[in-house]
Design a protein around this ligand. Sequence first.
Ligand code: SF4
Ligand code: SF4
Length: 233
Amino acid sequence: MSIIECLEEYSDIYGVADFSKNKDELIETYGEDICKYPYAIAIGHKMIEEIIENIPLTYSNDKLAQEYLDEYFNSHQRVSKIADRIVEEIEKEGYDALVLDVSGKNENLNLKMPFSNKASAHLAGIGWLGKNNLLTTKEFGPRLTWATILTNAPLSEYAGDTMESPCGKCTVCVKACPGKAITDLPDPKKSYSPEKCGEFLMSRKNEGHPVACGMCLYICPFGNEKLNPGDYI
Ligand code: SF4
Ligand code: SF4
């Protein structure tokens, strides 16, 4: 099986970022080591749809909240195994590859700051950062878990370009967020407040509930079969 066949078989969505397109900017942000490998492969894996669909019920049902929290962690385990399988295939073809951990680091790389899955998928052109600061795709919205592989396998023909956010005038996640952590601004660094989101999660914990909230992931019209993105953006 070729690397691309393997990606098509095991991921729900994938993309390739060619670092030569943004080399200077990448080195300035992450340090020289980020370009030890010329490509990043972003691998998206769908979270279990039935569990995501139950998110509106999790605020009054701790069992469903725990189920969502478990799926959040389990989906990371699953996508890590997929990434390991793809690394095996890359190495079989005689190239090098390494997987970044969930926080965007690897002990073999000296990075100024973590290179997140959000960054790799964004550079690969398969998604954008929504107002909720979640990596969002046209196909599945933000209902995905991600892994990133850095590699020297020759993948330039598959490389994409960064995608502009189509959030536009949509305020669905802004209105639905129970922590009032999202505002209607185009730049996710300004629209999403990790502090307010954290405060809401802590309030849930202090009330004795599982520390889970995924309303912004559930409600986005992208990936949500009940809503049509064209009606909101
Ligand atoms: S996780 Fe919940 S509180 Fe945090 S931004 Fe999303 S909807 Fe708001
Ligand atoms: S709900 Fe709307 S504003 Fe929020 S991330 Fe999705 S498309 Fe963007």
